[in-house]
Design a protein around this ligand. Structure first.
Ligand code: HPA
Length: 231
């Protein structure tokens, strides 16, 4: 048991899938895991552990933004020994060729700030995905996923258009709010991490996926994440 996770020692699997939304954790656990058991509900942040094709897996919510991701990833890694951490979440597309419902595999995550950013002083640390997970996710997505850099932002409602314009110009595929800190913590503790993201909205066109159409895309992401972890 930690500050934010009530699970007993041994109740968290070495492989953890991390949706932002705790209800998505419940939905994914019910749909994909055998024998899923609720192992955490502290502050309404739900975590479930079960098995997928015989492999122990935990699916745990992270909340939104790097500070919240940082709390859960730190405790899962340092207190529960999580080895493989895969974020499954949504993102806003920053390129014309990236469409609603597409899958983005975040090869690297630029960020403006975040819980770890000040420890690097003048250096611009580049948080990157684990190559093996990335490669396996790419195979599992049958070549249909976009692979490239994303921006992990601290603001969903950002007034600074010029920042996303510069990132777009430099090939950044999408914006979301958690991955850079996950990758940084994985680097710090020598764990494996990846973010598998679905495009839920388009920054350039203003389109957004209605919530009732998000389920299938979410299921695709969970499958890709599980195959990346175990294939
Ligand atoms: N911006 C930031 N985070 C997001 C977005 C977005 O447009 N869509 C989903 N997560």
């Amino acid at each position: 048991m930690t500050f934010h996770i009530g699970a007993k020692p041994g109740q968290i699997a070495e492989t953890v899938l991390l949706p932002g939304d705790p209800y998505r954790a419940r939905w994914a656990a019910q749909r994909f895991l055998d024998g899923a058991e609720l192992v955490n509900e502290t502050r309404g942040m739900l975590g479930f552990t079960g098995t997928w094709q015989g492999h122990p897996v935990t699916i745990h919510g992270t909340g939104m933004g790097q500070p919240s991701m940082s709390i859960y990833a730190n405790e899962l890694i340092r207190d529960y020994g999580a080895q493989t951490l895969i974020r499954i979440g949504s993102c806003g597309a920053l390129q014309d060729h990236v469409k609603l419902r597409d899958i983005v595999l975040a090869q690297a995550a630029s960020t403006i700030s975040g819980p770890s950013s000040t420890i690097f002083r003048e250096a611009n640390f580049a948080p990157v995905a684990d190559f093996t997970l990335l490669s396996k996710a790419h195979t599992a997505a049958q070549g249909k996923a976009h692979v490239g850099g994303i921006l992990t932002s601290d603001t969903f409602y950002d007034e600074r258009d010029d920042i996303s314009k510069q990132l777009q110009r430099h090939g950044c595929l999408a914006i979301e709010m958690e991955t850079a800190e996950l990758y940084t913590l994985a680097a710090r503790y020598q764990r494996r991490a990846l973010a598998v993201l679905t495009v839920s909205d388009h920054i350039l066109t203003g389109e957004a996926l209605p919530s009732d159409q998000r389920e299938q895309s979410f299921a695709d992401m969970v499958e890709i994440a599980l195959h990346a972890a175990f294939d």
